[in-house]
Design a protein around this ligand. Sequence first.
Ligand code: SAH
Length: 254
Amino acid sequence: MRRGKQQHLIPVFIIVLCCTGMITCASNNTKKQQKKSDIHMTDLSRQHNEAKKLSKELRKKGISDERVLAAISNVPRHSFIDEQLSAYAYQDRPLPIESGQTISQPFTVAYQTELLQLQAGEKVLEIGTGSGYQAAILCEMEAEVYSIERYYNLYQTAKEILNKLGYYPNLFFGDGFEGLPEHAPFDKILITAAPEKIPEKLLQQLRVGGWMVVPLGGRGGQKMTVIRRVSDTEFKESEHGDFIFVPMQEGTVE
Ligand code: SAH
């Protein structure tokens, strides 16, 4: 009986040793992971603070829609730009993205979004996905978002970034002048590139009672314009200040 017990003790001892080793190893790994995630958390909270500061700055500059300001605080703008420019991500200025395009100045994004007066659940069509930042702001505001981009590479990159961040707008590669007749009518249409004339096909995709926000004009500068669809055939226009956007161009680029 005794011998039997001792024989059993040896394997038990080995098992205990192995387990201790495994636990020590696991706890070391956890520590390492925790260190890594501490750094990650510090980065995230710093960026979140910067986004909040940006939102405060936009409030001072005249943006008053709380839902827009909250969206600006919550969307990590640095995720939408080249890492080399990340030091500028939360400054109120436009920045270059691929294909000679730009991510709009945060004030412009907030201003256009405020003019939309977006209600949760509204169906909104954005023309010019670009970096995807504006689409993320619209998603934060719980809109049903559709967005079209004419550059395939921008469409693809924006999709990857948005999905990584947990935003799932309906993204399309195509010519925004055509709109999305198969998904019309839209409650709101937001154009983030500048057409010289009002895009007629898009007006027809607005529901009666809905409106479009569009920077209207040539390369020299544009007037921010709101066009309301008052009835099937009647539209009313109002102007809301001067801006400079990249031009809205016809066709697509593969
Ligand atoms: N909303 C974007 C701003 C991008 S700048 C953002 O948040 O980053 C304007 C974008 O409009 C550019 O990416 C440009 O390629 C796109 N664009 C210009 N003409 C277009 C058209 N006809 N259809 C779709 N996108 C267009």
